[in-house]
Design a protein around this ligand. Structure first.
Ligand code: C5P
Length: 227
């Protein structure tokens, strides 16, 4: 395939307060990872690289093969690193020669609809830029200095960045090769390397499962994985 999706699932999920690493926490009868992979496999055809926590690679492969059905040949699992950035770097080392566009997706955004993937791929193809799905910020955001509110930030200038974030492969690989610090997301890493990044419409369902309240919300909103 011309597209690859790196699904980072190697986080511990400390803030979720569950025993298992976050990707293996159940939403219904199925895990966060399994739900995330359903969206990935409903999106355009791609090589899928799942980045799993050390010791959980076998389980991740089982879930990925289940989600893949007759596309199991397009799936591989690698071991993640200590940070999200290291986990993405591990995924990048697995890409097949045919891949030209890479999407990086948080497994924790388990309910992301397939059309978000399609929008991101389309925008990368049209612009050659990095692409992030974004949503308008609904809260009033204040800049603070300790306890003191300094000013309100103009919301119209803000977007809340989600995943999947998409890049031309050469751009993403070069940006990772020169990155010398930790960035909060792949778009920031790519921008620091001097590349432009565009925003496309995100989706409320692409929220990241981080806290127990997020998990409750996912449990209410999840559509069962088909058998
Ligand atoms: O911790 P947070 O929810 O921000 O992590 C975002 C995504 O990055 C999650 O899907 C998580 O599994 C992944 N991650 C990773 N390796 C790490 C840390 C986070 O793959 N070391």
């Amino acid at each position: 395939p011309r597209i690859a999706v790196i699904v980072v699932a190697a986080g511990s999920g400390t803030r979720l307060g569950q025993e298992a690493p976050k990707a293996f926490v159940g939403i219904d009868g199925h895990t966060i990872l399994r739900h995330a992979l359903r969206g990935v496999f409903e999106a355009p055809e791609a090589q899928i690289v799942v980045v799993a926590p050390s010791g959980r690679e076998g389980e991740a492969l089982t879930e990925a093969r289940e989600a893949a059905g007759d596309r199991a040949g397009q799936v591989s699992v690698v071991t993640g690193g200590a940070t999200r950035q290291q986990s993405v770097a591990a995924g990048l080392r697995e890409l097949w020669p045919s891949v030209e566009v890479v999407l990086v997706h948080d497994a924790a955004r388990a309910l992301t609809p397939p059309d978000v993937f399609a929008r991101v791929i389309d925008a990368v193809d049209r612009t050659g830029w990095g692409v992030v799905p974004g949503l308008p910020v609904v809260d009033t955001i204040k800049r603070v200095d300790g306890q003191q509110v300094v000013e309100a930030v103009d919301r119209s200038e803000l977007t809340a960045a989600q995943t999947p974030q998409g890049f031309r492969r050469d751009v993403l690989e070069t940006a990772y090769a020169v990155a010398s610090e930790e960035f909060t997301d792949d778009a920031a890493l790519v921008a620091a390397a001097g590349h432009r990044v565009a925003v496309v419409q995100g989706d409320a369902l692409a929220f990241k499962i981080t806290t127990p309240a997020d998990l409750d919300r996912a449990r209410h909103l999840a559509v069962p994985v088909p058998p």
